[in-house]
Design a protein around this ligand. Structure first.
Ligand code: M6R
Length: 617
């Protein structure tokens, strides 16, 4: 959702702001704007609805002046449509103060009425303008930008990151955050603020994450963090692990294409350093401790979207290996249904961004209820890890495309490692069994690379003949079921067509009524080699839908002869144990979603209406 950049330093604010906004584009937005202090010392703003390029072109035609202080914003509309006027920054009544905002000010109506009663004039329909007018008013009273912002945040309900700057305070940007992201970038004679480190990673690798309800004032040579009451706060520095180039598209046609190609690395890098002599060692779990982990009696996994499907796969692995009951809940459902949590419950939250508001709220709820919370996250400095007892970072690198791909595989990897670690501390698997599973996991990156090499062209062709298809169904059993859900989600969000994933066993309980001649059905077929395999049942399901005219595309182990007579297309995957098949079967579905969107001429990286990080509930 909204992206935020702040800068103080030398005279390159426009360059920093536009570069930062470009890198934050992936978050999803519909308008963009900047404010700088120009060469004459005046506050100047420019904001435009549409893509960032509209703003860039406007600034090229009518430059603002590349001052030393600035703030920039990409807006994802909530209150008021995506127009020039509603775009940020918003100004104080005297036009000297500019403010940008990510989040929702829930009590904005009352505050707006108060301002209207006092004679204020509004130019936009946003909740944000209320904050701009209020901070402007407090600045007039205090002449202190930090204090003015502090007074205002004390009156706001909801979630927000706010950045402000004032014409009379060159070299100063002040930010505040509650339940919405903000990180600091530390430069040499310059400092940065951003929604995430991507905003400034091209300028510095040094960063600090600001905690909940804190205010930061950056000047070129100083960074001062205080809490909402004004007390100083110590903030720890961390080094950004991502390369600036990792969030560049390079020569790829889309970020999504690049990120799918990185799926083998996402798995390999997430394993790296966590396996020693065939034994999984997750020192990140130390804050919870092996004794407590051995004592937990239930795990609840909370996440949204693709991360929740990774969680469903984690359930299969953790229950199988560590013999602990695992529930998987969508974070927004969990949070509002009064779930049963005890001190023996381990809650595992999964989030690529670490900022998903639904997941964050569920984490806070679980913590308050006395459960231990472990987060699986891909983004350093994000809020959810900070609110958790422990964090296992996935090392997928920055994921820019809105559709999650490599992060899904990295999340599965992290969950499988957690499952094997739990099996070790709880003694539910013998060392040799752990070693065998670790070996399987370590072999996965090369197998994904094989899937990528073999299936890319074939799936591209499939996608081309399917551009007019109105509906696609996905069937899977056991670990194939979450993969079916993931395949369907990718198609909905990328190709805008009706798609549904079903547990294949559920077919005869309803969904088979949808099958009519020509209906495209992807079937995730388990390996025939496992003696307990559900392979014969899935092959029966294929025959049932084929008999009713379905066009079947099977994703099956290479050499699976039983599938061939009944499938219109077979996408072969390498051999793997049942629990490890999803690492491979999901890859063609990621490619298919991307290829179909591209074949339909759609924006693969930024599908309509979607944001990469959903930072409002
Ligand atoms: O950043 P998160 O992992 O918390 O995001 C969760 C979902 O919003 C995300 O997976 C979403 O479903 C993706 N667009 C799916 O491709």
């Amino acid at each position: 959702m909204c992206g935020i950049v702040g800068y103080v330093g030398d005279n390159k604010s426009i360059e920093v702001l536009l570069g930062g906004l470009k890198r934050l584009e992936y978050r999803g937005y519909d308008s963009a704007g900047v404010a700088v202090i120009d060469a004459d010392g005046h506050l100047a703003t420019r904001k435009r609805a549409g893509k960032l390029q509209v703003l860039v072109d406007d600034l090229a035609a009518h430059p603002l002046g590349n001052g030393a202080t600035g703030i920039g914003h990409t807006r994802w509309a909530t209150h008021g449509g995506p127009t020039d006027v509603n775009a940020h920054p918003h100004l104080s009544a005297d036009g000297k103060l500019a403010l940008i905002h990510n989040g929702i000010i829930e009590n904005f109506s009352e505050l707006k009425q108060e301002l209207l009663d006092a004679g204020a004039v509004f130019s936009s329909e946003t909740d944000t303008e209320v904050a701009a007018l209020l901070v402007g008013r407090e600045y007039e009273a205090t002449n202190d930008l930090t204090e003015a912002l502090r007074r205002v945040v004390a009156r706001l309900d909801g979630a927000f990151t706010l950045l402000v700057m004032h014409e009379d305070q060159p070299g100063l940007v002040v930010g505040a955050r509650r339940n919405s992201p903000l990180v600091i970038g530390l430069g040499d004679g310059e400092n940065f603020l951003g929604s995430d480190v991507a905003a400034f990673v091209q300028f510095t690798k040094r960063a600090m994450a600001i905690g909940q309800d804190q205010i930061v004032a950056i000047r070129p040579d100083s960074v001062e963090v205080t809490d909402f009451a004004g007390a100083p706060v110590e903030v720890e520095e961390f080094e950004i692990a991502w390369d600036a180039s990792a969030s560049e598209k390079g020569g790829w046609s889309s970020f999504m294409a690049k990120e799918i190609s990185e799926e083998p690395d996402a798995v390999a890098n997430t394993i790296l350093g966590r396996v020693h002599d065939g034994v999984v060692t997750l020192s990140e779990l130390d804050p919870i401790g092996d004794e407590a982990l051995a004592d937990i009696d239930r795990i609840v996994i909370i996440a949204c979207g693709t991360a929740a499907y990774a969680g469903m796969l984690g359930k299969y692995a953790i229950e199988q290996w560590a013999r602990i009951p695992v529930e998987v809940d969508l974070a927004h459902e969990f949070r509002y249904r009064n779930p049963i949590l005890t001190s023996r419950t381990l809650v595992i939250s999964i989030s690529q961004s670490g900022e998903t508001m639904d997941t964050l709220m569920a984490v806070k709820f679980a913590t308050a209820a006395g459960a231990r919370v472990l987060s699986v996250c891909n983004t350093q400095g994000a809020t959810i890890p900070r609110e958790s007892d422990a964090v296992v970072y996935t090392h997928a690198g920055p994921e820019v495309a809105v559709a999650s791909t490599k992060a899904f595989l990295a999340q599965m990897t992290a969950l499988y490692l957690i499952g094997l670690h739990l099996a070790k501390v709880r003694g539910t698997l013998a060392a040799a069994e752990i070693r065998e599973n670790v070996g399987e996991l370590q072999a996965i990156p090369a197998k994904i690379a094989e899937v990528l090499a073999v299936s890319q062209a074939e799936i591209g062709q499939l996608a081309h003949w399917m551009t007019d298809v109105q509906s696609v169904l996905f069937l899977g059993r056991n670990v194939g079921f979450p993969v079916a859900l993931e395949g369907a989600l990718k198609l909905k969000e990328l190709a805008y067509i009706h798609a549904e994933g079903f547990a294949a066993g559920e077919l005869k309980h309803g969904p088979i009524a949808l099958i009519e001649p020509g209906q495209v059905v992807f079937v995730i077929v388990p390996s025939p080699r496992d003696p307990d395999s559900l392979h014969p049942k899935v092959v029966s399901n294929i025959q049932e839908i084929r008999a009713r005219g379905a066009r079947v595309i099977a994703i099956a182990e290479k050499g699976d002869a039983a599938v061939l007579p009944f499938a219109d297309e077979v996408i072969p995957i390498p051999l793997a144990g049942t629990l490890f098949e999803p690492f491979l079967t999901v890859v063609p579905l990621h490619i298919f979603g991307m290829e179909l969107a591209a074949a339909k001429g759609l924006d693969v990286d930024q599908p309509r209406n979607l944001a990469k990080s959903v930072t409002v509930e």
